[in-house]
Design a protein around this ligand. Structure first.
Ligand code: PLP
Length: 283
């Protein structure tokens, strides 16, 4: 039987991120992807315009049926959208425990909100923190880490998520600027310049952190976070250890980014921003 992942993710109709990205990444990792859709976003290849949450009762019924029929090895969550969806997913995982990769999606890379903007932001963070004790791995980027931990210091932030119960924390520093990366010698000119190497770190309780450096490529990508977390979930389901799954996923993601393609119609000189990682590229 093929290892299976149950994903909870939003639909990006442009196919760059969300549940489409999850399925492609899990298949690339050698596993089967079952998906419960949490929200329908309105977005194109460049921007999120809004979203409508899926009825959480419907999502719960779908998940219950899948869990009682398929042999689910690992859960993965991405965009959950609303407080109620977060709490239902937490409940479901508590009742049917499995290894769980939690990508704490709050905002799209393009800036659009992917959580309920009407909800109290503190409540949203509290709800996400309720997922942490259930998570084998949580994969925040720097803005998500700061919001989830309340700390702008990466090490302190990672420790705080481990103390809140996460089994491991993978910090993605794609948003890091030169100024943040250097604690000394800051200058005005490099305040917003991005680092040329991206240092990602896996923290596991009681173990030395594992740093991996990846080259920053000269483009923006749509769905890279979803892809990385889903590929790790896929490799975990295949029985690989977390440290190896993480290393394999970083190598795989680099190859998908190097092969990334433009999915949108070119409409002007400045319309060549977000590319889609080629998750079907040979690795
Ligand atoms: N999930 C959905 C449905 C999305 O639309 C997006 C971004 O647009 C994301 C997750 C996060 O995407 P990324 O992997 O680029 O952070």
């Amino acid at each position: 039987m093929k290892p299976s992942i149950l994903c909870f993710s939003g639909l990006d109709p442009s196919g760059g991120a969300g549940l489409g990205a999850d399925i492609e990444s899990i298949v690339a990792a050698g596993a089967h992807a079952a998906v419960v859709c949490t929200a329908l976003t309105v977005q194109d290849s460049q921007k999120v315009y809004g979203f409508t949450p899926v009825d959480p009762v419907l999502a719960q019924k779908q998940a219950d049926k899948v869990i009682s029929d398929l042999s689910i090895d690992v859960y993965k969550s991405g965009m959950l959208g609303t407080l109620e969806m977060i709490d239902r997913v937490a409940d479901l995982i508590r009742k049917n425990p499995r290894p769980y990769v939690c990508d704490p999606v709050l905002v799209a890379n393009s800036g659009g909100a992917l959580t309920d903007t009407a909800a109290d932001p503190k409540e949203v963070i509290r709800a996400f923190r309720r997922l942490l004790p259930l998570a084998t791995l949580v994969t925040p980027n720097l803005p998500e880490l700061e919001r989830l931990s309340g700390s702008s210091d990466v090490e302190r932030g990672a420790q705080s998520l481990l103390e809140a119960g996460a089994g491991a924390v993978l910090i993605k520093r794609g948003h890091a600027t030169v100024q943040e990366a250097l604690s000394h010698g800051k200058t005005e000119s490099n305040a917003t310049q991005k680092t040329s190497l991206i240092k990602n770190t896996l923290w596991q309780a009681g173990e030395d952190p594992i740093d991996l450096y990846v080259a920053r490529l000269p483009a923006e990508f749509h769905g890279s976070g979803c892809s990385l977390a889903s590929y790790i979930a896929g490799r975990l389901a295949c029985g690989v250890s977390l440290s190896i799954a993480y290393t394999e996923a970083e190598l795989w993601l680099q190859s998908t980014l190097r092969a990334a393609y433009q999915s949108h119609v070119q409409r002007g000189a400045d319309n060549n921003r977000q590319l889609v990682p080629d998750r079907a590229s040979k690795f």
